[in-house]
Structure formats: structure tokens, C-alpha cells
Design a protein around this ligand. Structure first.
Ligand code: SAM
Length: 288
């Protein structure tokens, strides 16, 4: 997966060797290499400010809520009594912002390997975290998430893996060993969710993630979210839980919990919560 900033002012993202997506870059606000990855933040008239890491779009101002709401609210409202949440990756702060909308959340621990992502996003994309890094419930840990889950003695009700695709420092975030460590640090009814790629161009990644979760957790599934800039079809999110209880929560219970929170959302609602686990036949087949 590579990208080039064309001299015609276009950012070109290669998400599969046979297809590319282009976004007009009207102004580069920041571009540099950290010790781990290439970062660019640029403006696009349709999507607002865009963050890309190693040539892959991570998030944009105008559609980030689709992804971040579904990463946070589906597991939290399915679980029903979440207190402690860990986010692995997610240095832009969007998932953290959504997690902290739940008053019941007591701690939110964000483990990001690259401190520069946090700093640069706070400066150029402040609306993404929207103050979440200053919330007293937030603990920011700059560390490799793989090592964190292997070593921590803490327990979490929800683990959100908001990672880059399985290249570079994120490769091991898609491994059996990492998922086993996640299972170890989850509470009894705990849930792990993870981004597992776009269903059509990255189907191998989605399949692989689902199979690993199925082998390791009591309950495993994929659910979907439509994010316009994650091109070429549904984005898949993986689900692994230490019990089947959360995913079988009646939708009326989810609705009651959601209404009790007064959380404002732009993508998530209880109907979407139910529907996101229903996938087309070609996706069901990927699970076999
Ligand atoms: N929403 C995004 C997507 O799927 O396109 C993910 C966004 S978030 C910015 C991804 C973050 O994961 C990056 O900031 C990256 O530094 C971080 N990351 C990658 N590997 C990691 C690891 N091993 N431990 C912790 N964070 C990691």
C-alpha cells in the first residue's frame, strides 16, 4: 500500500494493488516522517482535513464520526455496564472522544505507539479529540500496544483496537498472540473490537481477523460501517467477546440504554446497532 502526492494536487491512495482512490489536496498543512511512519495532514474541499499515515487515509474531519461512533457505542451499549476501556492505537483521539461520552466510563486508557500522531492531531485536527485528552478519566500511554496488553495487570471491560492496517508496527496487532493477551485482560463479559479492513479490497484481512477471533473468543463476529473515505465497500470491524451475552442483548434494552445516555450521534442509533451485524451473503461466506 503506497501513495503519491501527484503534482496535479491529488493525493493518491493505493489500497489494493489493483485499485486507487484519489482525494484533491488543496493545501498541505503538515507533512513529516516520525521515527515510525510518514504523516501528512492536508485539506480536501469535500472531506475537510485528512490524516494519512504511510499513504493510507486514517480519518477525515467530515466522515470520522461514522467509524468512531461504531467502534465505541456498539460494544459499550451491548455490554451495558462498562467502566474501564482500553484503546490500542487511536492517536487521533476520535474513538476516545466517543468512549468518554458515556458517563459510566470510569477510565479510558489510550495506548498509542507514536506520540507524534497525538501531538499533530491535537494541533491540526483538534475537533477529533475535542478535549478528550484533557478529560481526567483519560490515561495516555505512549507504548507499543502489543507489549501493553502482554504486560498489564489491569482488566478492561472493552478493548478497542483502532490501529493502522497490518503493516509496520501494527502487524502484530492482528496476531493470535495479541488477541489471546486481549482475552486475558478482559473482564468476564468483556469485548474486544478492532478495525479489520474494507470488505472488498481487503477481504483476506477481514477473513483472517474473523477466524482468529473465532478461535480465541467465546463469541466472534464481524460488523460493518460505511465510511466514505475507506473506499470500495463496507469497512469491517471485528468482534470478540468472553461471553455471548452482549451480542444477544435485546435491541429494546440497547435502545433504553442509549436513550438513558443522551449521547448525540450522527451515525449510530439502535436500529444501526442491530443492522450492523447483518451482512450480505458474500460477507457471510467469508466467515466459513
Ligand atoms: N481509523 C484508522 C484507520 O483504520 O484507518 C486508524 C487510526 S489511528 C491514527 C491508528 C494508530 O495506530 C496510529 O496512530 C498508529 O501509530 C497506531 N499504532 C500502530 N501500531 C501500533 C501499536 N503496535 N501499538 C499502538 N499503536 C499503534
Amino acid at each position: 500500500m503506497t501513495s503519491v502526492a501527484d503534482d496535479g494536487g491529488w493525493f493518491t491512495e493505493t489500497i489494493h494493488e489493483d485499485c486507487q482512490q484519489r482525494l484533491r489536496n488543496t493545501r498541505t498543512l503538515f507533512e513529516s516522517r516520525t521515527s515510525l511512519q510518514h504523516i501528512i495532514i492536508f485539506e480536501n474541499p469535500l472531506f475537510g482535513r485528512v490524516l494519512a499515515l504511510d499513504g493510507i487515509v486514517q480519518t477525515t474531519e467530515r466522515d470520522e464520526y461514522c467509524y468512531h461512533e461504531m467502534l465505541a457505542h456498539v460494544p459499550i451499549l451491548a455490554h451495558g455496564s462498562v467502566r474501564d476501556v482500553a484503546i490500542i492505537g487511536g492517536g487521533d483521539g476520535g474513538a476516545l472522544r466517543e468512549v468518554l461520552k458515556h458517563d459510566a466510563v470510569r477510565t479510558a486508557t489510550l495506548v498509542e505507539i507514536d506520540d507524534r500522531v497525538v501531538d499533530i492531531c491535537r494541533e491540526y485536527l483538534p475537533g477529533l479529540s475535542d478535549g478528550a485528552f484533557d478529560d481526567p478519566r483519560t490515561e495516555l500511554v505512549i507504548a507499543d500496544g502489543i507489549r501493553f496488553v502482554a504486560e498489564t495487570e489491569r482488566r478492561f471491560d472493552i478493548i478497542i483496537i483502532d490501529s493502522t492496517d497490518p503493516v509496520g508496527p501494527a502487524v502484530e496487532l492482528f496476531s493470535d498472540g495479541f488477541y489471546r493477551d486481549c482475552r486475558r485482560i478482559l473482564t468476564e463479559d468483556g469485548i474486544v473490537v478492532c478495525q479489520s479492513g474494507n470488505i472488498f479490497p481487503q477481504r483476506a484481512e477481514a477473513c483472517d481477523t474473523y477466524r482468529r477471533l473465532r478461535d480465541i473468543f467465546v463469541d466472534a463476529s464481524l460488523y460493518v460501517v460505511d465510511v466514505p473515505t475507506y473506499g470500495f465497500g463496507y469497512m469491517t470491524l471485528g468482534w470478540g467477546a468472553n461471553s455471548a451475552r452482549a451480542r444477544s442483548t435485546p435491541i429494546e434494552t440497547v435502545r433504553t440504554r442509549f436513550e438513558a445516555t443522551s449521547i448525540g450521534t450522527r451515525y449510530y442509533h439502535p436500529g444501526i446497532h442491530r443492522a450492523c451485524f447483518e451482512v450480505p451473503v458474500y460477507m457471510e461466506e467469508l466467515k466459513n
